[in-house]
Design a protein. Structure first.
Length: 261
């Protein structure tokens, strides 16, 4: 009888683990297709399938890698496909929900706060959440400081992670965060320039990196170099594996140069 019980238990555990892994694999399948579907409606359907599968995997077992994968899928959907203000409440809800899942997971995992998957996910989600707030609300919630803390830790833990993402996160943060005496004294456009130039050393074809550095250079008074970078963004064909990211960079640059030059 015991043999039958243990045999059934092993089969159950195997089936449970297989189902969880299958959901992750299905999520990866749809996520990997994200830049190959150029019709935005079909692209939304596709990324929704990735999100659904990652969520199902997390319902069975919460782990840092699946949380990270879900973060990337959610970020792709709401940053590149549904970026309009009419989706702001939906974004708030999903960012808050995901951050809550990460916090709950970290309560029972002591090494969680040193995980590159968690540090990256928190930096991205807190940043997106902060973009939905006004300056005062963001300052009260310490948004900039939280992004900085997680991104700087990520830089120390693994600066290569997610295509050297810590550099571009910190570079953009130092550009966008307002300098507020006694509240937020550390934002520095020169630091922004250092981080973004470093990022472009590693990722020289990134249109978003060029665009962000151009913004920083313009703010520092280096307008001719900024103009050259803006033009390079506009004159470069979107990369196949970064189609939506590159298209967004080009669209935003088009609007910016109307008022700058």
């Amino acid at each position: 009888m015991k043999k039958v019980f243990f045999g059934a238990l092993i089969l159950f555990i195997f089936a449970y683990t297989y189902a969880e892994n299958d959901f992750v694999k299905q999520g990866d399948f749809y996520f990997d297709k994200r830049n190959k579907i150029l019709d935005s409606n079909y692209a939304i359907e596709n990324i929704n399938k990735a999100i659904e599968n990652y969520q199902k995997a997390l319902e069975q077992k919460t782990d840092e890698i699946t949380l990270y994968k879900l973060t990337n899928a959610v970020d792709f959907k709401y940053n590149f496909l549904l970026s309009g203000e009419n989706h702001n409440q939906e974004k708030r809800n999903i960012y808050k929900l995901l951050l809550g899942k990460i916090d709950k997971y970290c309560e029972n995992n002591k090494n969680c706060n040193d995980s590159k998957f968690i540090l990256y996910s928190r930096a991205i989600l807190i940043g997106r959440f902060g973009e939905l707030m006004n300056t005062i609300e963001a300052a009260k919630n310490g948004i900039a400081g939280k992004i900085k803390e997680n991104a700087e830790k990520l830089l120390l833990v693994d600066d290569k992670f997610e295509d050297y993402s810590a550099y571009i996160i910190l570079g953009r943060l130092h550009y966008k965060a307002p300098k507020i005496i006694f509240v937020l004294p550390w934002p520095d456009k020169k630091k922004s320039k250092e981080y973004l130039e470093k990022y472009l050393q590693y990722q020289p074809d990134s249109l978003t990196g060029m665009y962000y550095l151009a913004d920083t250079l313009y703010a520092l008074g280096e307008k001719e170099r900024a103009k050259e970078l803006y033009q390079k963004v506009l004159n470069t064909n979107p990369r196949e594996n970064f189609y939506y990211e590159d298209k967004m960079a080009q669209e935003e640059v088009k609007e910016k140069i109307k008022n700058k030059f």
